[in-house]
Design a protein around this ligand. Structure first.
Ligand code: ZN
Length: 241
């Protein structure tokens, strides 16, 4: 019985065939992360939201490709917590339709939401920085890592929405000025917006003219952005020609 258990555990940890990272179906294709059923459910799109609930010094707009639900949610967790960093290229494919809409000329640089150095040591890589560097390359604009996390905050995912904001207030600092720059701030998931908005506040404090967020996925609540929960802010200024 023990042997059987070990074999099973071994199979789970070092699968000999591709397991679907969305639903765990072991018949997933070798070349893909998702089975056909999950792949059909994924539906990447070009989404943009803004909200009057966000602080004035936060992001003016948040862009994303997927909703944080199955199968995107388990994929992102594998990427973030289990070190499946090759998923970055998969997510880039999902986000690629956003590139011509975002337009390189509307931004001066791409900046990832930083991890605290202690968290970075534990995790080995910053998932946001990995995505940000790919996006910067696609847009053909520089990547800035001047934003630092000065406090090792608790994991936002473990906190109720009310505490998330308090958890990240004053957690970010810029090492260099962002004078007049329009910054595309990249993270993996946009939930309440607390992390992105606090990070954006630090970037604006450092002189940035505008900060917009780009994430792989956003909370399902943004589906209701035209309803009672999310009222739109006035659209950001049109790009200078
Ligand atoms: Zn699946």
């Amino acid at each position: 019985m023990m042997r059987r258990f070990l074999e099973r555990a071994g199979e789970f940890l070092f699968p000999t065939r591709a397991v679907c990272l969305g639903c765990g179906d072991p018949s997933g294709l070798e070349a893909d992360w998702l089975c056909d059923r999950c792949r059909a459910k994924l539906k990447p799109g070009v989404h943009a939201v803004s909200s009057v609930e966000w602080t004035e010094d936060g992001v003016s707009q948040a862009w994303f490709a997927l909703y944080y639900e199955n199968p995107a949610a388990p994929l992102i967790r594998q990427f973030k917590y289990n070190g499946v960093y090759r998923l970055a290229l998969f997510f880039l494919d999902c986000m690629r339709p956003l590139i011509p809409v975002l337009r390189a000329e509307r931004f001066d640089c791409v900046a990832p939401v930083p991890l605290h150095r202690k968290r970075l040591r534990e995790r080995g890589f910053n998932q946001a920085e990995l995505i940000a560097s790919l996006i910067a390359r696609e847009l053909g604009i520089p990547l800035s890592t001047a934003v630092k996390r000065t406090r090792n905050t608790r994991r936002q995912a473990k906190l109720p929405p009310g505490e998330r904001r308090r958890n990240v207030v004053g957690a970010f600092l810029c090492e260099r000025p962002f004078d007049g720059l329009r910054v595309l701030l990249v993270d993996d998931v946009f939930t309440t917006g607390s992390t992105a908005n606090n990070c954006a506040a630090a970037i604006r404090d450092a002189g940035a003219a505008d900060v917009q967020a780009l994430t792989i996925a956003a909370s399902r609540r943004y589906r209701r952005q035209n309803g009672a929960v999310y009222r739109k802010k006035p659209a950001p200024e049109p790009p200078k020609s």
